[in-house]
Design a protein around this ligand. Structure first.
Ligand code: BGC
Length: 431
């Protein structure tokens, strides 16, 4: 395994360095979305509703000012389908104008916008039709992409059709299992701290629904075709949650089978795309009986994931291997939920060193967008803080953390610095 040490790396010209958010997690009051409905359903598993989130719907300009002042040159944000099309076929011109203003605002501040069309939330009407399993799901999504093209045409180059389709497929399966058990709903497969029945379902044991997997691939292709015909210059891709599955000795076949519907099928489906987004936080070890629990004493984060920064380099190498060298990679999410900002710096430093090593070995990487720009709504709770910028949720005052200044300075320098030594891991690494 390549160690994340090395002589540093001058970032290629045009390399994007920035941070990411998603509409539902930062905007607030996304009332026409299926998630809002889940949050407010009686008996919901959701610990706290999103409410005002961090009010970025109104404060996006301030957020962008901060990011550009900190030294970043890119911002990934999303367009909310439930705002653009709150009822089927009824496009909100005001919402289109809102997101066009955001694109213009980003460009004016020197932030290259990377725009997501779907980030876990759908309009309520779409979910009520059956969501991705609705017979005309791909056409409905492509129709929305046609409207989104009016926003993108004013200067967006990189667009994400669907964020983490592989997580969406898992979430769908979890919801079905939950429904069978008589629970209201479980929508985010990564949430470990969900109250009530949710905690009893270990997402790792539930297989994604193959029909949903294929429906998502079809929707991605349909939307990509519409976007490319609207603007052949657009670079269209999607973002895949990379789980860094590591096979224990003798478990390679089990690991490959486990990874197929959860990740690799989506990577293979990306071979014709213009680029692919890699999103990675930690690793998962697979034994001969499937996923293994973390060994006692492993350092974990506020989302209960193993502290394992070099997952970034490993994810990038795996993606490049499966997708092939013709599709450049962009890191569209990478980060850590922690209340210890020094640990965020340590994590990101080591993650970037592992990225630099992969790039030195020849993997083409277009950018690094940290998750997240702001502390935000982590799908059911505000407790895990992923942000470079803290937000007071009463006054909405934004306060950049030390990590934001550190990463912003690195962005400005255009270089991932030399990193001769690794700090000792806080707990013994299992391998
Ligand atoms: C998602 C984000 C989420 C993050 C941390 C990714 O799966 O795209 O919405 O907040 O991981 O859980």
């Amino acid at each position: 395994m390549t160690t994340p040490t090395g002589p540093g790396l001058d970032l290629p010209n045009g390399f994007l360095m920035g941070a990411s958010t998603s509409p539902h997690q930062v905007e607030g009051n996304n009332v026409s979305s299926d998630w809002w409905q889940i949050e407010h359903r009686p008996g919901t598993f959701v610990a706290e509703p999103s409410g005002d989130a961090v009010d970025s719907f109104h404060r996006w300009a301030e957020d962008m000012d901060l990011l550009s002042e900190l030294g970043f040159n890119s911002y990934r944000f999303g367009i909310e389908w439930a705002r653009i099309e709150p009822e089927r076929g009824k496009v909100s011109r005001a919402a289109v104008a809102h997101y066009r203003a955001m694109v213009t605002g980003a460009l004016e501040r020197g932030l290259t916008p990377v725009v997501t069309l779907h980030h876990f939330t759908s309009p309520r009407w779409f979910s009520e039709l059956g969501g991705w399993l609705a017979p005309d799901a791909a056409e409905l999504f492509a129709e929305y992409a046609r409207t989104a093209a009016e926003i993108l045409e004013i200067g967006v180059r990189h667009v994400v059709t669907i964020n983490e389709p592989n997580m969406l497929a898992v979430m769908h399966a979890i919801r079905n299992v939950a429904a069978e058990h008589g629970w209201e709903s479980i929508a985010h497969g990564k949430q470990k701290n969900a109250p009530t029945g949710a905690a009893a379902i270990d997402p790792a044991t539930i297989d994604p629904d193959a029909d949903v997997v294929h429906a998502l691939i079809e929707a991605h292709r349909a939307a990509s075709a519409v976007l490319k015909s609207a603007d052949p210059g657009l670079k269209v891709g999607w973002t895949i949650a990379n789980q860094v599955y590591q096979a224990e000795p003798g478990a390679q076949e089990v690991a490959d089978a486990y990874a197929w519907l959860r990740e690799d099928i989506f990577l293979e489906a990306s071979r014709q795309d213009d680029w692919i987004g890699v999103q990675v936080y930690t690793r998962h070890r697979i034994g001969t009986d499937g996923p293994l629990p973390l060994p006692e004493g492993t350092e974990t984060t506020l989302t209960d994931w193993e502290y394992y920064p070099r997952a970034l380099g490993e994810a990038v190498r795996h993606t490049a291997e499966v997708v092939g060298p013709q599709v450049p990679i962009m890191i569209t999410e990478n980060g850590i939920a922690t209340g210890d900002d020094q640990r965020r710096i340590d994590y990101t430093d080591e993650a970037l060193a592992s990225l630099a090593a992969a790039m030195r070995d020849g993997v083409e990487v277009l950018g690094y967008l940290h998750w997240s720009a702001l502390d935000n709504y982590e799908w059911g709770t505000y407790r895990p803080t992923f942000g470079l910028i803290a937000v007071d949720r009463e006054t909405f005052t934004r306060t950049p953390k030390q990590s934001a200044r550190w990463l912003g300075a690195l962005a400005r320098s255009g270089r991932i610095p030399e990193r001769p030594e690794l700090p000792e891991a806080r707990a013994a690494s299992p391998r």
